[in-house]
Design a protein around this ligand. Structure first.
Ligand code: ZN
Length: 261
């Protein structure tokens, strides 16, 4: 069952990308990018690199998960818990670690230079979901996943379940699709819904530095890093990336290494 769930993840990712692309083009929620084709082309080019990199690094993370189980590393392998409690604790702790890492991506200037490529998009749509600089993928996401898995002692089942929730959620969070407000209000008591996550892409720094949670909203609620705003009231992107040239693929790739934007 878990093997099937793990094998389905890449298929679910592709289906979600196509589904959200179709819906956002038939019924866009927010004002679309002025030159939609160019916007999609640029973002999907970066996404392709992200996807390939994630495929390679994902295999390494799975190896770390297996090694962790085999050698009984990490917290959850030191204490005896009923299986359900162990899985739930693993999923929650892994998301907490991701929340803390995401904080560091915003607070440490070196990490922010790479992570801001994801934030610089001023027209969110499905193609924004995987607009990550390769260094951001390696330094923050991959390294965190390796450390998180080992420290927590994350069981493979918890790792697969977490990924199966996180992947479709990531695509929905960035899509230019309107989800029913009542559903958003109810679901965001637990999950980082699309409306909840979009606040993280606001150009206002106070809002950019909030809503860090990838899957759950508990950590933002506990640490007070959240607020209320509707997606259509938000101005997206970063003020320093306000010209078309700033969004060229080449520019986005080299800008973290330059002193100016
Ligand atoms: Zn961020």
């Amino acid at each position: 069952m878990i093997d099937l769930l793990a094998n389905l993840q890449p298929i679910v990712l592709i289906i979600m990308l196509i589904l959200m692309y179709c819906i956002e083009n038939m019924h866009p929620y927010l004002v679309p990018a002025p030159n939609k084709k160019k916007h999609y082309a640029r973002n999907f080019t970066i996404s392709l690199v992200s996807l390939l990199l994630n495929a390679v690094l994902g295999t390494l993370v799975v190896m770390i998960v297996e090694l962790t189980a085999k050698n009984h590393w990490g917290l959850l392998n030191q204490i005896h818990l009923p299986l359900t409690v162990q899985l739930l604790s693993g999923i929650l702790l892994f998301d907490l670690g991701s929340y803390l890492t995401h904080n560091l991506q915003h607070k440490i200037p070196f990490l922010w230079r790479f992570h801001r490529i994801h934030h610089s998009d001023n027209h969110l749509n499905v193609s924004s979901s995987l607009r990550f600089h390769p260094v951001d993928v390696i330094v923050s996401q991959f390294i965190y996943q390796c450390i998180g898995v080992i420290l927590i002692g994350l069981p493979i089942t918890a790792f697969v379940i977490y990924g199966s929730i996180a992947v479709p959620l990531l695509i929905m969070q960035h899509s230019n699709v309107r989800f029913p407000r009542k559903l958003e209000r109810f679901a965001n008591l637990i999950f980082a819904t699309p409306g909840w996550h979009k606040i993280h892409h606001s150009s206002e720094q106070k809002e950019t530095d909030s809503h860090y949670g990838d899957v759950f909203t508990f950590w933002d609620r506990i640490f007070g890093t959240w607020g209320k705003k509707q997606p259509h009231e938000i101005e997206y992107g970063l003020t320093e990336f306000n010209e078309d040239i700033h969004h060229r693929v080449g520019h986005l790739m080299v800008s973290p290494f330059k002193k100016s934007t």
